[in-house]
Design a protein around this ligand. Structure first.
Ligand code: NCD
Length: 309
């Protein structure tokens, strides 16, 4: 069974194909209105979400399919002590494909071992978030027209930010990419990501605690929220939450064609005054999420069907 647990489950060629399908869906949505007729997507969200869950549901509805699921653990039998494995075994009887978000790292991987239908990781704790990365790649493709040779700055909570970890994994496969890692000491990229996807691959990178000092070098600035829910104590969160705030003044130091991305939700880290800057890509980015998820659902369902035949 083909699942999507981490972004490297997809080859570079497969990602290119999915981007082409997403582009075709955007150009001719009517050709896809019945593509998943009589198919059902379950969204099992044990952790809150707006964009990811709704974009999955909008994606399946746009393909003529059905959706069911829950949006918080408290409205599922998890509160009664049911294991992920049991929930998945049951939901596989009601749905053809499952998108799952869970606060525990590795939960979607465990789910995939107990599932009769494809599992998509919609975010597991502070680990990975591969469908956000597909969204990010579609955004970069549209806004920059290439992946090679880009200097990518990642700023904010690089420790707990799962979107950051998956984006580093994905971008580490393209030639000429450089990373600039901007965070306070306490929120640096974890070693399981830095060692495997940056150092071992010999990718040039630089670490900084100052956004102003490095913003002028970047082609992409990927801002992130400090992940309050993953902190062990509130004091640390309060001390670190406003460590970086992107303002109009800082944008003046950036290249004229740099783009600003953010997986959203934004808290304080980008001033709303930056929203009108044409380089602010984050709301366009959120929109792309629906189309790449359509391409992903189509791909995984097709492969599941081919497996059966
Ligand atoms: C991100 C997530 O859930 O990790 N949100 C999203 O899916 N767009 C980022 C975040 O919550 O900060």
């Amino acid at each position: 069974m083909r699942n999507l647990i981490k972004i490297l489950d997809l080859s570079v060629e497969e990602i290119d194909e999915m981007i082409a399908v997403a582009d075709d869906i955007m150009a001719h949505p009517e050709n896809y209105y019945e593509a998943c007729k009589n198919k059902t997507l379950a969204t099992l969200f044990f952790e809150p979400s707006t964009r990811t869950r709704l974009s999955f549901e909008a994606a399946m509805l746009g393909l003529g399919g059905n959706v069911l699921g829950f949006s918080e653990a408290s409205s599922s039998s998890a509160t009664k002590g049911e294991s992920v494995a049991d929930t998945i075994a049951v939901v596989g009887g009601y749905a053809d494909i499952i998108a799952m978000r869970h606060p525990k790292e590795g939960a979607p991987m465990v789910a995939s071992m107990h599932s009769s239908v494809p599992i998509i990781n919609a975010g597991d704790g502070g680990h990975f978030h591969p469908t956000q990365t597909l969204t990010d790649l579609l955004t970069i493709h549209h806004e920059k027209g290439r992946f090679d040779g880009l200097t990518v700055g990642l700023c904010g909570d690089l420790k707990f930010g799962r979107t950051v970890h998956s984006l580093i994994e994905a971008m580490s496969r393209y030639p000429g990419v450089k990373f600039v890692l901007i965070s306070p000491e306490e929120l640096k990229v974890p070693s399981f990501v830095k060692q495997t996807y940056i150092k071992d691959k010999g990718i040039p990178y630089k670490q900084s605690t100052s956004l102003e000092e490095v913003i002028g070098e970047l082609d992409i600035l990927y801002m992130t929220r400090v992940q309050r829910e993953r902190f062990f104590n509130e004091e640390d969160y309060l001390r670190l939450r406003d460590c970086y705030i992107l303002t109009q003044e800082k944008m003046q130091l950036a290249k004229p064609d740099m783009i600003v991305m953010h997986p959203l939700p934004r808290v304080n880290e980008i001033s709303t005054l930056v929203d009108d800057d044409p380089r602010a890509s984050y709301f366009r980015q959120a929109r792309y999420g629906k189309f790449i998820r359509m391409a992903l659902i189509l791909k995984l369902l097709k492969e599941a069907e081919n497996n059966e035949n």
